[in-house]
Structures are given as C-alpha cells and as structure tokens.
Design a protein around this ligand. Structure first.
Ligand code: OGA
Ligand code: NI
Length: 335
C-alpha cells in the first residue's frame, strides 16, 4: 500500500486554495472558528535560574494543576544544541522523498518507530496535516538505530547529545513535581518506570497549507506519556484547551514546552492534569516540533500513588500496564 505523505501532496498536486476533503475538519474543530482571540493569560513560564527553589516548585505545581502545561526558560540546555537538533531534523525532512521512505515505519510493525503520516485512527476519518519521524533515544537498551537517519551524518551525534541534556532537565522536573505534591522527590519518576523510562523522540513536520483555517496539524488530544518535553520551531501553532477555549501558545525562543501527560495525571490521582492540545498549520511556513515523550516501559504498571489515596480521596484510575493503556487509547477503547 502506497502511503501519501503530506509533504509529497503539498509539493505535487495542490491547487492554489484547495485541500483534499480528508483534511477538512468539521466546523467544531476548524481553527478559524474555534480559536479564541480575546485577552487571556499566557501558559505559565517557569525560570529554572530562579534562586528561590520553593518558588519554582510552587509555580510548577500550580501550572500542572491548573493548566497541565508550562514553558521552561533557563533550563540549562545550550541554545546552540537546540539549534543543531532543529537543523539536523530539518535536513532529514528536506531529503528527497525516497530517501526518507527508507526509514518508513514497517507495515504492521508493533513499534511506533519510523517515518510516517498518521498515528491511530480518527473517529471521523480525518487526516492530520503532518508527517512525522519517531525513534527512541534513551535508555540505550531500547534504541533502534535503524530508525535514526544516517543523513545528515551528524544526526546521531546531535540527538545523543540532546538526550543527555534532556535527561538532566527531566530529573529536575520529576523531582520538583513530586515535591509539589507534598511527596518525596523520587516518587513520580519511580512511579513512571524509574531509570527504565523510555525517551521517545518525535519530529513533527507540518508543511505549509493553502487552507490553514480548515485543517489541523494534530487534532485535539492528551499525550499518553508521563510527561512530554517539546521544542518548537519559530512558527506558532500549538494550542491548548483552557476553561473551554482554544488558546495559542506563545513562542519563546529557546524555551522547552512541558506537557503533563496521562501517566502523571494517573499517578497524581488527578491532581495534575494532562493538557488537552492540538496544532494549527501555517499558510506559508513549515512548522516543526521535537517532542520527547517520557513513557513507562510496556509491562510497567502505572496507577495512583498510594500516598495520594485514602478513603476521602479514592483512586480515580485503575492501575494498568502501560502497553494496555496505550492499546486502549490508540484504539479509542474505554480504559
Ligand atoms: C504531539 C503534539 C505539538 C506540537 O505530537 O503529540 O501535540 O507543538 N505536538 O507540535
Ligand atoms: Ni501531543
């Protein structure tokens, strides 16, 4: 079966202001109709260089309770490394189509890894205006280099360096989020798989679109990860659903965007919220983003932390193997 990449559709068949019907969202999803443009607070921004650590923890916990998303500045990852990560990713997507197809997710493969265009099934049969590449980057035992581009040649080195830097930030995030719940610093990380937590890199590639008013890059969802650490390029497009409104995330150069995912919502027994989000696309520019999904190992069981459950606060979620949780989510089955 030949798969149509969005990037290939754009470079071939497109007439000036039409897009294929399978990309046109129903009205209640169309960004032109559903995006809020009034005055509204921005997604919280947290400064890791704040010498008052108690303040950082409070702000992060508040953001995770009320928004499920925040941006981190002064996180310690060198800006030139982020720029190199973006450059090698862009160079991969700039390769001729047949070179990218070498990395295509094998048909029927159990893993999500590889180059592709659509994840899971959409209830109304609609497609996302995006292509992507998935590959794990940590720990070494779960890496399949077969899905890492050989071209550009520095792709591997840059991604390995980025993985090391992101790990430091992730350890801080888990620690401070635990303390923010009034718990010991290590509980959230341990509850999500500890040192076995898998770092799944995704590159989203959103080509320019003649009708950005009608389509979405990624439709509304929460991430099934514990947490997601995302670097965007300079083209805005991420939107979050807050108090019933779709609002734009502001682009802050060099910032990391942290999403609370389903597994932290479960571990915290609903105190921290997985953020509902989606992406829009641009008429002229290519948007790209580099989320890393922090996922428990497949067989690892995740459930509400015992410390947060008592007769007054009964568990809101069933403990479940991560692989079973993912299966239900991707196939739209009840959890
Ligand atoms: C995703 C996602 C957001 C973005 O890939 O899960 O939500 O900004 N991406 O591209
Ligand atoms: Ni997401």
């Amino acid at each position: 079966m030949e798969v149509e990449r969005v990037q290939a559709i754009v470079s071939s068949s497109l007439t000036k202001d039409n897009i294929p019907i399978e990309f046109i969202r129903p009205e209640d999803e169309q960004p032109a109709i559903t995006t809020f443009h009034g005055p509204i607070p921005d997604i919280p921004v947290i400064d890791f260089s704040d010498p008052d650590q108690g303040n950082v923890i409070r702000l992060m916990a508040d953001a995770s309770r009320n928004w499920g998303i925040f941006q981190v500045v002064n996180h310690g990852i060198p800006i030139d490394l982020i720029q190199r990560l973006q450059l090698v990713g862009k160079e991969f997507f700039d390769l001729p189509q047949e070179e990218k197809e070498v990395y295509a997710k094998p048909h029927g493969a159990p893993s999500i890894e590889g180059y592709g265009s659509k994840l899971g099934r959409d209830v109304n049969g609609k497609k996302n205006w995006a292509d992507h590449l998935f590959h794990r980057i940590w720990p070494p035992t779960c890496i399949n280099y077969q899905f890492w581009p050989q071209n550009p040649p520095s792709y591997r080195e840059v991604n390995e360096e980025y993985a090391q830097e992101v790990r430091k930030v992730v350890d801080k995030l888990f620690k401070w989020l635990s303390v923010g719940l009034g718990l010991e610093p290590d509980v959230l990380k341990q509850g999500a798989g500890g040192e076995e937590i898998e770092y799944l890199m995704k590159i989203n590639y959103y080509p320019p679109c003649p009708r950005p008013d009608l389509t979405l890059g990624v439709a509304s969802h929460t991430d099934l990860s514990a947490m997601t650490v995302l670097v965007p390029n300079e083209v805005p497009g991420l939107q979050v659903f807050k108090d019933g409104l779709w609002i734009d995330a502001k682009y802050i150069p060099g910032a990391l965007i942290i999403h609370i995912g389903d597994q932290i919502e479960i571990l915290s027994n609903g105190k921290y919220k997985a953020v509902q989000h989606r992406t829009t696309v641009d008429k002229e520019k290519t948007r790209m983003s580099w989320p890393i999904f922090l996922e428990p190992p497949a067989e690892f069981v995740v459930g509400p932390l015992a410390q947060l459950v008592d007769p007054q606060e009964p568990p809101k979620y069933k403990p479940k193997k991560f692989k079973d949780y993912s299966y239900c989510k991707l196939n739209k089955l009840p959890q």
